[in-house]
Ligand binder design. Structure first.
Ligand code: VGL
Ligand code: ZN
Length: 224
């Protein structure tokens, strides 16, 4: 599945009970970081502009932040003899191991310096249990430990969520899929996200799963 074959919805009008979820726009996922997503820094400006639209409509803006202790079991460094990118699937870790990234309080865990953080209503942290990874902003990979995001959004009577950020095929994808399961209408902003594509084909698979889940694709220009 390519970007070209996706249906793009236009003419999106925002309301106060909409929410923008900006996923993991942190230094370690930027070029030069420890788990760099190619061109990850190039979406910062566009995300700031969309966030401004949400702010003007009094809609909610939520940032997610990958927030690992240094002994986190998703890091290859915590498995003797294993390397980043190695396949590893046990419990709530996997399908591959990662380089150390987004370690709590390090520069890599901070948001990109140009990302406008002041208009965020909430910051949801995830991945802080050493033995559980969390790609989704809603529930960690054990499928049990909730971050509180769903309850937060429901208390604001949120109906539609719009996802952007990093990385397309991991944390944005997982957040979008869980968003549907929690009862939200989910929109995925295709030109405000970049993917990792590990293993190769992962981006195409993620897009196809999202189509099948009924997630709606939009672009920056879809917002009126
Ligand atoms: C992410 C891999 C590991 C992401 C976080 O933000 O997509 N990917 N941790
Ligand atoms: Zn992580």
């Amino acid at each position: 599945m390519d970007f070209e074959n996706l249906n793009i919805e236009k003419g999106i009008n925002l309301f106060q009970n909409d929410a923008l979820i900006i996923v993991d726009m942190q230094n370690d996922f930027m070029p030069g970081g420890s788990l760099p997503v190619e061109e990850g820094d190039q979406i910062v400006g566009g995300i700031n502009s969309i966030a401004e639209l949400f702010r003007k409509k009094k809609a909610s803006i939520i940032l997610t932040q990958d927030w690992h202790p240094k002994e986190h079991l998703s890091f290859a460094s915590n498995h003797p003899g294993m390397h980043p990118g190695d396949e590893y699937q046990t419990g709530a870790i996997g399908p591959i191991l990662w380089p150390d990234h987004c370690v709590q309080n390090t520069h890599g865990s901070k948001f990109h310096e140009d990302l406008k953080k002041e208009h965020a209503n909430a910051i949801i942290r995830k991945g802080y249990h050493p033995e559980i990874d969390s790609y989704s902003g809603f529930v960690e990979n054990d499928k049990k430990s909730e971050t509180g995001l769903a309850g937060y959004l429901k208390s604001l009577k949120t109906k539609r969520i719009f996802i952007c950020g990093l990385a397309l095929d991991y944390c944005c994808f997982a957040t979008a899929m869980d968003g549907v399961d929690f009862g939200f209408k989910v929109y995925f902003i295709l030109d405000l996200t970049k993917g990792i594509d590990l293993p190769t084909g992962n981006i195409a698979n993620a897009l196809e799963s999202m189509v099948n889940k009924g997630i709606v694709f939009v672009l920056k220009e879809s917002f009126t």
